[in-house]
Design a protein around this ligand. Structure first.
Ligand SMILES: *Cc1c(COP(=O)(O)O)cnc(C)c1O
Length: 419
């Protein structure tokens, strides 16, 4: 066998074209979208309404609103909880940017909490120290599909009278103590973007069990009106609203994808199991894990390189990029999902989202500042990781998981050969 790394001209482990793309589009998707097109109703209509009912039923929520993104649903959630100008919201220091910028969308101030390196989620033991009299809500993000410890989060929220808006954008079907995420907090946001587990191009859902929160979210969702979209429009604006609704073409696609969600979740879980077994014992690799009662959906199988053991703590980010290049050359579809902790991103460093330093300079705020050194675990994770999604998603199966693991092992076992 030729052990030369592909990046050095050797043969690649995962053949070209082996990994199939996501999502799989079938005749069922075409039939649903074409029927919506032919119906003549293309804006918010019966397809959106059915998607709302079906998604709420699937997840175990009383209400759902079909949105044009997960970010919109997050913003709606904060507005529904009554977020006011200058209020503070606790968010993890490592997550997708809009888990935090959604707070600024409503003139609130994100306050970062460092992550737990093992779970890659907000460290629940650091939450209480970040609470101030201005704190209004917590956004627990179930990052990569690993649920947060919702027992701890809800107990802290109750004690301090805080709202909880779950960011479930990566966590469809993930469970805590056997219960689906998005059913613990006051409300939750899901994304139906193409990379997510209900892939309808773009889209999302706001979910809640609370009729009052639903009504307040509805205003933000649709121009500040409160009427039921199935009824006659009032043409009266009651509150400041945006335009966050979905449309029937997208919703039809989303409904078709929702039909295969459980099948897809089972496939990902099985493939992640194959990958984990094949990667066990690979030198200098830290594998993601889920401990009881964490029900991981394996949305993203995130690997970390043990930069300490490799002697690359000082240049971890740069060395990681070299490792990832070698992996990609082997045909391993991996990518550095995000190599910044959020407090290191320019939007937060500049503290000037709306001009005039607003919302940080807002007289209602208390001038939240971001000490970059306060988030050592988020920064370490940002430099040490690489992510993986498509190789373990349907229609890829155990064969693709095994080949992917083989490619990773080859690189990690020949680390001295990396240019
Ligand atoms: C994708 C994602 C979002 C935003 O969803 P969009 O539909 O892209 O707006 C928010 N939070 C997390 C954790 C995400 O992964």
């Amino acid at each position: 066998m030729n052990d030369t790394l592909a990046i050095r001209g050797g043969p690649r482990v995962v053949p070209e074209g082996e990994i199939r793309s996501w999502p799989e589009v079938t005749d069922r998707d075409r039939e649903m979208v074409m029927a919506a097109l032919a119906s003549g109703r293309h804006n918010f209509g019966p397809q959106c309404q059915k998607l709302q009912e079906e998604f709420a039923a699937w997840n175990g929520n009383r209400h759902a609103l079909a949105t044009n993104s997960g970010t919109a649903a997050l913003h709606m959630g904060l507005a529904a909880c009554g977020l006011s100008c200058g209020d503070e919201v606790l968010v993890p220091a490592y997550t997708w940017s809009s888990s935090a910028t959604c707070v600024m969308h409503h003139n609130g101030l994100p306050v970062f909490v460092d992550i737990d390196f093992r779970t890659m989620n907000m460290n629940p033991d650091l939450i209480e120290a970040a609470i101030t009299p201005k704190t209004k809500a917590i956004i627990p993000v179930h990052l990569h599909g690993l649920p947060m410890d919702m027992g701890k989060v809800m107990a802290i929220a109750k004690k301090h009278h805080l709202f909880v808006v779950e960011d479930c954008c990566q966590a469809h079907g993930a469970t805590w103590k056997g219960k689906k995420v998005g059913t613990f907090g006051h409300c939750a946001a899901f994304s139906f973007n193409q990379n997510k587990l209900v892939a309808s191009g773009e889209g999302g859902a706001f979910v809640t069990d609370d009729a009052e929160l639903l009504e307040r979210a509805q205003k933000v969702w649709y121009f500040g009106e409160t009427h039921d979209p199935s009824k006659k429009e009032e043409y009266h604006v009651y509150a400041l609203g945006w335009m966050y609704r979905s449309n029937d073409l997208t919703a039809a696609f989303g409904r078709a994808q929702l039909e295969v969600l459980d099948r897809n979740l089972a496939a990902i879980k099985a493939n992640a199991g194959v990958l984990a077994a094949a990667l066990k014992g690979t030198p200098n690799l830290i594998l993601p894990e889920a401990r009881d009662p964490e029900g991981h959906n394996w949305y993203n199988y995130t690997l970390r390189f043990d930069m300490k053991a490799l002697g690359h703590e000082h240049d971890a980010g740069a060395f990681r990029h070299r490792l990832v290049k070698a992996l990609v050359a082997e045909g391993v579809e991996t990518l550095v999902w995000q190599d910044f902790a959020l407090p290191d991103m320019t939007v937060f460093r500049a503290r000037n989202a709306y001009g005039h330093g607003c919302p940080w300079s807002c007289p209602y705020g208390r001038g939240v500042t971001y000490d970059r050194d306060a988030f050592p675990q988020a920064r370490r994770h940002a430099d040490w990781h690489t992510g993986m999604t498509f190789p373990i998603r349907h229609p890829n199966g155990p064969r693709q998981a095994e080949l992917t693991a083989k490619g990773i092992r080859k690189v990690m076992e020949h680390i001295g050969d990396i240019p």
